[in-house]
Design a protein around this ligand. Sequence first.
Ligand SMILES: [Ca+2]
Ligand SMILES: [Ca+2]
Ligand SMILES: [Ca+2]
Ligand SMILES: [Ca+2]
Ligand SMILES: [Zn+2]
Length: 435
Amino acid sequence: MYFPDNLSRPRHTAAAWTIRADCKRPRLSDSPVTPPACSSSPAERPFAPFPDQFFQSRQQLEMLMKTRRCMKTFAQMIALALAIGAATTATAAPVFNFQFTAGTSAQAQQGFITAASRWSNLLADDVTINLTVGFNPLAGGTIAQAQSSRSLFYYSGFRGALIQDASSRFDAMATSSLPGGGTFGMLLNRTSDNPNGAGSAIPYLDNNHSLNNSIVAITSAEAKAVGLVPIEETLSGCIGTCDGFIQFNSNFAFDFNPHDGVQADAFDFVGAAAHEIGHTLGFTSGVDVLEYYSTPPELHPADALPLVSGLDLFRYSEQSAAAGVIDWTADDREKYFSIDGGATGIATFSTGQAYGDGHQASHWEDDKYIGLMDPTGGMGEVVVITGEDLLALDAIGWDVSPVPEPSSYAMLGAGLMLLGGRAVRNSARKKPAGC
Ligand SMILES: [Ca+2]
Ligand SMILES: [Ca+2]
Ligand SMILES: [Ca+2]
Ligand SMILES: [Ca+2]
Ligand SMILES: [Zn+2]
């Protein structure tokens, strides 16, 4: 993938999730095969990533060991999200326009609509998001496929739009953490022009004000949320113009009604659909693309990868924060979400499938129960939007509605302090006890 000098949009490569038959340790692979018919013990359940793709071809499935302690953490997150949601009042909200692929069942259609309403109940941007969604038999072990439209913008223009759009105190922090002027620096690796050697994993500081320091790749839904006008486009599979295309595999077992819990042998359809929509809204990282193009002969120079996402502008590591820049490397060093220039880590991100922790960088760190944008979800697991998910979307351009009332506001602050304490400046990495 190489971009010409003019601002063309990135190419989208749909990848599919597949499951390789391996009862003890199921994995996703590129070869479509039949999902294993495993029986799962209460303590160790097969775990599937949320169905998505972001330019990825290599996917993995992992096991989850759930402890009571983790469940408690998760319950606390749910309580936090509910406390925020409870204060919702009528205001402007995103409108989700659905096109359904032929054969999508009524309950699946309703599942998508319910998932979207979770977002529109929490966001106040007066925008229309066009999604083509489907629930159909897909080949082999593919659980689902999804992709988002993106447009490239000059960083200076995007930053200006974010400043104009700022409405919460978190927005004020986030925008003031962004470098002024027309470019931003980053810690980077694996490019063909890495000064440590072509494709080297050793991070280097790229602060040379060139193309990849001047351009950001923003999902079209997120662009709308900050008042920018994205290129109208369609994606393979979409009906008409679309901001996202999401398709679930009807060969898998899904529970369409999470209100009474999710069946132990099924995936939470509404939660998974909300997760996919979350990517379309802009919870994504260009590091997944860097990974994809980091193996010879696919190596690219830095300027061929002007794909820093809105969320990546708040992606830091201890090392990048020390250098005053974001971290856009593909490796397994800890990366975290920060809206104060890296001083405070709010939550940790996944670090990549090929060179990181095995999960797409477009997610929170796996199994920390940070939020909906966790990379994996298990059968029987109910997944919900948390304060961390909302804070991330708030920072990248969404209006989280309403500005939380004092009680829930304080709760959000408490949540932030709690999470900030787990992070990042300590070189000693501490997992939450019991998880
Ligand atoms: Ca550069
Ligand atoms: Ca998980
Ligand atoms: Ca905001
Ligand atoms: Ca907005
Ligand atoms: Zn995902």
